[in-house]
Design a protein around this ligand. Structure first.
Ligand SMILES: [Zn+2]
Length: 256
């Protein structure tokens, strides 16, 4: 059987393309998940244009000011990729309008965050989890001067909603629930006896399983008062009152 080798010129060309002075096309479209699943993650013309604007208006001024490399955790995500990693359908990453960044070389994420907040124009700036002193990473989006809301948000691990507005924007709208923190949320069952696992998030729904006290569960989604959980072989809905949430640092996957 013959084996054919192809040289994918198209990808070679992509590799030398640049989004901006300090962001290569490869960095702007990289995703471990996409690589692992062999998913295509390429922006179209409009999305590429949006990425260039974000880079020009936010990333490069920041990079210039601090004079140190800034890690691009996640920039463009195709709808399929965003879905695969549990991001929201309305994520600005899908439009090429948002970037997730991480400071390097002794600069803290807080410093980047404060600089953006004070000096740059942006649509949404999100302090992503971490502590009060430093976020785990920063999400920042840019649309256009006219539409930018200059909205500052903080993602909180145990909050519901996940995002808190920490400074009023010009527009009162639901924040972009960028990344579903829910995906990586974990909890512990805290009951005296056992906790019923139900088929649906209602009190009279069919019981499909039972969980013992101190059992660790993974929270997949939620409804008011209810969590959809997974634990070993069990899955279903449980009352949120009996689940103690664990505040986990969502650093396992920088795309979260
Ligand atoms: Zn983001």
């Amino acid at each position: 059987m013959d084996v054919y080798f192809y040289t994918k010129l198209v990808f070679k060309d992509m590799a030398v393309l640049k989004i901006s002075k300090n962001i290569s096309f490869k960095e702007g479209t990289h995703s471990d998940t996409a690589t692992r699943r062999r998913m295509k993650n390429e922006p179209n013309e409009d999305q590429l244009k949006a990425m260039k604007t974000v880079a020009k208006k936010v990333f490069e001024p920041l990079r210039e000011n601090f004079g140190e490399p800034i890690r691009v955790n996640s920039f463009f995500r195709s709808i399929a990729l965003n879905k695969a990693i549990g991001g929201s359908r309305t994520s600005q990453h899908c439009a090429g309008e948002a970037i997730d960044i991480d400071a390097t070389n002794g600069i803290t994420n807080k410093k980047l965050f404060d600089y953006i907040k004070k000096n740059l124009d942006f649509d949404q700036l999100i302090w992503e989890f971490g502590t009060d002193k430093n976020p785990d990473w920063i999400h920042v989006s840019y649309k256009s001067t006219k539409e930018n809301r200059n909205r500052v948000l903080k993602a909180v691990a145990e909050g519901n909603p996940v995002y808190e507005v920490i400074e009023g924007g010009k527009e009162v709208a639901e924040p972009e629930v960028d990344i579903s923190k829910k995906k990586s949320r974990k909890g512990t069952v805290t009951v005296k006896t056992y906790l019923n696992v139900r088929k649906k998030p209602t009190k009279d729904a069919k019981v499909v399983g039972k969980l013992e006290n101190a059992k660790k569960v993974k929270i997949i989604s939620e409804e008011p008062g209810w969590y959809q959980i997974k634990s070993d072989k069990q899955s279903g809905w449980v009352s949120a009152d009996y689940i103690k949430l664990k505040s986990t640092k969502p650093t396992s996957d920088p795309e979260l």
